[in-house]
Design a protein around this ligand. Structure first.
Ligand code: PGA
Length: 255
């Protein structure tokens, strides 16, 4: 196990929050607070905020991501956004398969896989989310489910493309609930994801993949979570909407 083989990435997931004007203000507030980061700093923002985010982050160490991408290159898909559109807008990362999309918008393991392939083929880095519900955990299916979701998401992803994949382990019961997984649970879940990658691509490759934890990570608990062997940073919802809190998490991952 060697954390030095993979970069820690702290990514904010703003969800459906912030207008373009608020985006500019928040990023301007964050920039000086995270400028000395020793980890990657990413903000995944609503589509409509991308232009403002890219402009505000220019010349800083903050990179911009989107929160979803469609899997087709173009066509009659009203309301959707293609990978190429994101690339041309200055986006470098995209969140795929977030549990809120799985829960409310009909996202399946198949569409997660298609979106991942589309993102990778366009040169984006995919932040693919996996995670069990409380019921699945209580039934003892956490390992099976995490390995299945990971392998499904990565179907037909080449070893070379895997360099542009980040997996975020986000237990559904910990998202937006204030209930954080313990550092041990986070490390264990991330470990299952790494094992699944090792089963497909080999152990050496699996050691190079960044695996984040997400779910109520905040300024108070980040230190303990990111110190774990298998936790290479985090995907941060609520706490990424506050410059000070987000910067404390970035500092925790920079140690
Ligand atoms: P949370 O969200 O930090 O607000 O729990 C995390 C996420 O959904 O990515």
């Amino acid at each position: 196990m060697n954390k030095k083989l993979r970069p820690a990435v702290i990514a904010g997931n703003w969800k459906m929050n912030k207008t373009p004007a608020e985006t500019t203000a928040l990023i301007n507030e964050m920039k000086p607070l995270v400028k000395d980061a020793n980890c990657k700093v990413v903000l995944c923002v609503p589509f409509i905020d991308i232009a403002a985010a890219v402009a505000a982050a220019e010349g800083s160490n903050i990179e911009i991501g989107a929160e979803n991408v469609h899997f087709k290159e173009s066509g009659a898909y009203t309301g959707e956004i293609s990978a190429q559109m994101l690339v041309e807008s200055g986006v470098k990362y995209v969140v795929i398969g977030h549990s809120e999309r799985r829960q409310y918008f009909g996202e399946t393991d198949q569409t997660v896989n298609l979106r991942t392939l589309a993102a990778l083929n366009a040169g984006l880095t995919a932040i693919v989310c996996v995670g069990e519900t409380l019921e699945q955990r209580e039934l003892g299916y956490t390992e099976t489910l995490l390995k299945f979701q990971t392998k499904m998401a990565l179907t037909n992803v080449t070893k070379d493309q895997l360099k542009n994949v980040i997996i975020a382990y986000e237990p559904v019961w910990a998202i937006g609930t204030g209930v954080t997984a313990t550092a041990e649970q986070a490390d264990e879940g991330n470990g299952y994801v790494r094992e699944a990658i090792a089963e497909v691509y080999g152990k050496d490759v699996a050691e190079t993949v960044t695996i984040q934890y997400g779910g109520s990570m905040n300024a108070k608990n980040a230190d303990e979570l990111v110190a774990k062997t298998n936790v290479d940073g985090g995907l941060i919802g609520g706490a990424s909407l506050k410059a000070e809190d987000f910067s404390i998490i970035v500092k925790a991952a920079s140690k």
